[in-house]
Design a protein around this ligand. Structure first.
Ligand SMILES: Nc1nc2c(c(=O)[nH]1)N[C@H]1C(S)=C(S)[C@@H](COP(=O)(O)O)O[C@H]1N2
Ligand SMILES: [Mo]
Length: 244
């Protein structure tokens, strides 16, 4: 049996650090049940980048999962107007609450990345994403010192429960964490979360919030919906930290 301590020991010795992409090591990591997020970060490194791919590796079809559209009438009015009067709200524990037009997000310095999306339901797809880094938007708003988590409030619901997700500040300020408004060289299609979605590339598919309307900085996830930090975390047995 592989113990967490044993795995960490190997990581500290540099064995795992050099070989994380080798299938044998990946399955070793995946088989280490109960591996804590801090251990994963220790092995992978806080700023380690998710793998990026060449254009030739892009999937001809990128599957759609979860919500394909949004019923909310306010959202539908914005969709009909091409999101010209839509604003991204940035609030909670910030010095300057913001309401950012899409054109503003498009005019910020952009990051483009071709990455693999892994859904827990057992499929993957490689796509190209573009948008400003989340860190830029958070710096514009100015996080207050008590901020610990960033919450993404989405426009779609499952029954009465809104979709939402959250990440910590390590992932929020990671260079590959972007607010994507462009996918595969086109404006983000409706089914993939128009006008804006999160790409937090070191985590699984359900963390990649689509239809993001509002970003909220919080001290704690307690008291927000089911308290577990995300729709699937509340509704199912999905882990909050979905690092891969
Ligand atoms: N708002 C919202 N975001 C969401 C979902 C959803 O249903 N609603 N589904 C999640 C899941 S489980 C996956 S795998 C991806 C699917 O993204 P895609 O439809 O672009 O493939 O979005 C994630 N983000
Ligand atoms: Mo998923």
């Amino acid at each position: 049996m592989i113990t967490r301590r044993g795995l960490l020991g190997a990581g500290a010795g540099g064995l795992l650090l050099s070989g994380c992409d080798r299938p044998s090591v990946r399955s070793l990591l995946e088989s280490a049940a109960g591996l804590h997020e801090d251990s994963q970060r220790l092995i992978a490194g806080k700023q380690a980048l998710a793998r990026e791919f060449p254009e030739s590796a892009m999937s001809p079809q990128f599957r759609v999962n979860g919500s394909r559209e949004v019923a909310d009438s306010g959202y539908r009015a914005h969709l009909a107007e091409g999101f010209s009067r839509w604003r991204l709200a940035v609030d909670g524990l910030v010095r300057r609450p913001l309401a950012l037009p899409l054109a503003y997000l498009m005019a910020l310095p952009q990051r483009e990345q071709i990455t693999r999306h892994d859904c827990v339901e057992g499929w993957s797809a490689i796509g190209k994403w573009q948008g400003p880094q989340l860190s830029r938007v958070l710096d514009l708003a100015g996080l207050l010192p008590e901020a610990r988590y960033i919450v993404f409030h989405c426009a779609d619901r499952f029954g009465t429960a809104p979709y939402y997700e959250s990440i910590d500040l390590v992932d929020a300020f990671h260079p590959q964490t972007i607010l994507a408004w462009r996918m595969n060289g086109q404006p983000l299609p409706l089914v993939h979360g128009a006008p804006l979605r999160l790409r937090v590339e070191r985590q699984l598919g359900y963390k990649q919030a689509k239809f993001v309307m509002r970003i909220e900085a919080r001290t704690s996830l307690a008291g927000l919906y089911g308290g577990k930090g995300g729709y699937w975390e509340d509704a199912g047995d999905y882990q909050w930290y979905a690092g891969i």
